[in-house]
Ligand binder design. Structure first.
Ligand SMILES: CC(=O)SCCNC(=O)CCNC(=O)[C@H](O)C(C)(C)COP(=O)(O)OP(=O)(O)OC[C@H]1O[C@@H](n2cnc3c(N)ncnc32)[C@H](O)[C@@H]1OP(=O)(O)O
Length: 409
């Protein structure tokens, strides 16, 4: 069998997307969700695998800008909509699409590729490491109390229509993007993503609601949420589902959490995909009862090791030589000397002896500062060849703010 890989023709989008839908189980998406993804498709960066006139594989890359430690906004290919038809699986089609895509990203000068995975096992072989994790939890508001910081009462709250308040919410979001590694600057059109609320997918919950946090006449935070009422003979026990919560400062965030934890006729607040260092954990009286669960979030691939390591800064001075292995992108293989600090970095090829040996996958995991090189070494994934180099590099790579990607793509 030969399959041909080619750039997606906009006229073929429906057939192409149908392959993706089927690979994910065949439940049709709502027309509004389908329309959103069609509008966001960057056709010249999306690929189809064709067996004759049959589409059998899909993959795309969005043109993102990703915040890296130090606050720079770095071009990154956002790998998405990857699928292979069930009739054609395990014949190397995914591998051929990943090959073409990474070559294309490199040619386009993007030193990073990122994705969220349907299954974490798929992408390690292509050099992706898990660079950001997220937390899911459920606050039992009958049992768990919230203690908010002094000054929280200075934040006022106002219910708003999610669509009408989109611009002010986006302004808050935009201010937060440079402050946290892993966040993506919104491209035009992406402001529609948080408003996506297909009626058929609410599972008994209300339409999306919005509360704005305000101070001194300005919006300092917002939450998007839905309420799922529940009644039994014992009374009410509804759930608040938090879809997004963003605050410009701790008081705004605390005011929003307090509001969500005190919605009448509800007894729990559920959320998925919050940062691992989120403030709510320190506001609640009983974190164990909230059953926090950690999950892989953003997978990171250094397409060009040198350029990627130069694009971020380092929280402590570092001068190390990495011996990098990268079977899938051999142009990265070999020794690289990284020298850097909080102001900037230089990463160049060297023939000096190596201090640390690792694969590009571990560099991807450590890149955003949320996974320490020491912990990777503890699993045997990083080898220290010069005493002291591991701690030096691990400290330098760390980020005071945990990396986080608030949404999938
Ligand atoms: C960023 C995103 O879009 S995530 C979405 C990913 N897509 C999905 O989950 C949809 C459902 N799954 C699929 O469509 C397909 O099974 C895919 C895309 C995951 C894999 O496509 P295939 O063409 O079968 O992969 P391919 O044949 O290139 O496999 C390459 C290797 O990866 C392995 N592999 C592929 N998929 C998986 C998997 N889900 N779990 C573990 N290993 C896998 C294969 O066994 C193969 O290993 P080998 O080289 O040692 O034999």
């Amino acid at each position: 069998m030969t399959t041909e890989l080619r750039v997606l023709d906009p006229l073929e989008w429906d057939r192409w997307y149908g392959v993706l839908e089927l690979a994910f189980g065949g439940v049709p998406e709502s027309p509004e969700e389908r329309r959103l993804w069609q509008d966001l498709t960057e056709h010249d960066r999306f690929l189809g695998a064709w067996d004759g006139d049959l589409c059998v594989g899909t993959a795309g890359a969005f043109s993102f800008r990703l915040t890296v430690p130090g606050g720079a906004s770095v071009p990154a290919g956002g790998v998405t909509m990857v699928s292979v038809a069930g009739t054609h699986r395990r014949r190397g089609i995914l591998t051929s699409m990943m090959r073409r895509q990474l070559d294309d990203l490199r040619a386009a000068g993007e030193c990073l590729a990122v994705l969220t995975a349907s299954e974490p096992e798929i992408y390690g072989r292509f050099g992706y490491g898990i660079g950001a994790y997220s937390v899911h939890a459920r606050i039992d508001t009958n049992r768990v109390r919230l203690t908010v910081p002094e000054g929280t009462d200075g934040v006022s709250l106002r219910l708003a229509d999610p669509t009408e308040s989109s611009a002010v919410c986006e302004a808050v979001y935009a201010k937060l993007v440079p402050a946290r590694p892993g966040m993506l600057a919104r491209r035009p059109g992406w402001e529609r993503l948080p408003l996506l609320d297909p009626a058929g997918e609410r599972e008994g919950a209300s339409p999306r609601q919005c509360v704005l946090a305000e101070r001194d006449g300005g919006v300092v935070g917002f939450a998007h949420y839905a309420i799922k009422p529940e009644w039994s003979h014992a009374g009410s026990g509804g759930t608040v589902h938090v879809h997004e919560l963003m605050g410009l400062d701790p008081l705004a965030e605390a005011a929003l959490w307090r509001f969500l934890c005190s919605v009448d006729l509800t007894s729990s607040v559920r959320f998925r995909s919050r940062p691992v260092d989120d403030g709510w954990q320190h506001l609640v009286s009983d974190v164990r009862r909230c059953e926090p669960t950690i999950r892989d979030g953003l997978h990171v691939r250094l397409v060009e090791v040198g350029a990627a390591l130069e694009a971020r800064t380092y929280q402590a001075p570092v001068d190390v030589v990495f011996e990098v292995s990268d079977a899938f992108c051999p142009w990265n293989e070999g020794r690289w000397r990284l020298t850097g600090d909080q102001k900037g970095a230089v990463c160049v090829r060297t023939s000096d002896p190596a201090d640390l040996a690792l694969s590009v996958r571990e560099l991807g995991a450590a890149y955003l500062g949320g996974v320490s090189l020491v912990s990777l070494a503890g699993a045997g994934r990083v080898r220290e060849l010069r005493e002291g180099a591991l701690v030096e590099a691990s400290v330098a790579f760390g980020s005071p703010v945990a990396p986080w990607l608030p949404h999938g793509f």
